[in-house]
Design a protein around this ligand. Sequence first.
Ligand code: ZN
Length: 162
Amino acid sequence: MSESLTVATDTAVSLQYTLTKSDGSVVESGEINYIHGYGNIIPGLESGLEGAAVGANLQVEVPPELGYGESMDVEPQRVPRTAFPPDMEIENETQFHARGPQGEALPVWVVGLEEDIVLISPNHPLAGQTLHFDVTILGVRAATADEIQHGHTHGHDGHGHH
Ligand code: ZN
């Protein structure tokens, strides 16, 4: 593979990132490996990385509409813990799907926990936030056909399934 490969559709990208909110508080930092071009990461970050080379350090600002969406003005819903399967692990920011009025699957997030009550919201915990990513590109290579088909990276920088 060319050493000048840059981030583009069908490349396997590994990067190190720190995510900060507009108030300066750090949400998380870590490393991710993903196949570029398929919406595997949030849209605003994916487009911001387009064309970046290995070693590049980028500051990518992502508005809510290209991140986790606008925050809907709804109160969290209080659901008894007993409404969930007993073996289901529930913690803050756990995402699952609830049934909507037409039986459709709606993504919801746990936004609070009380003794016997789980607070759930249709808002992602980072909805309505402008996200600030500090990204360092660690690696870019051509993705294999298998990886593209699976939608994730394999090998030493991927996971061990198959
Ligand atoms: Zn796979």
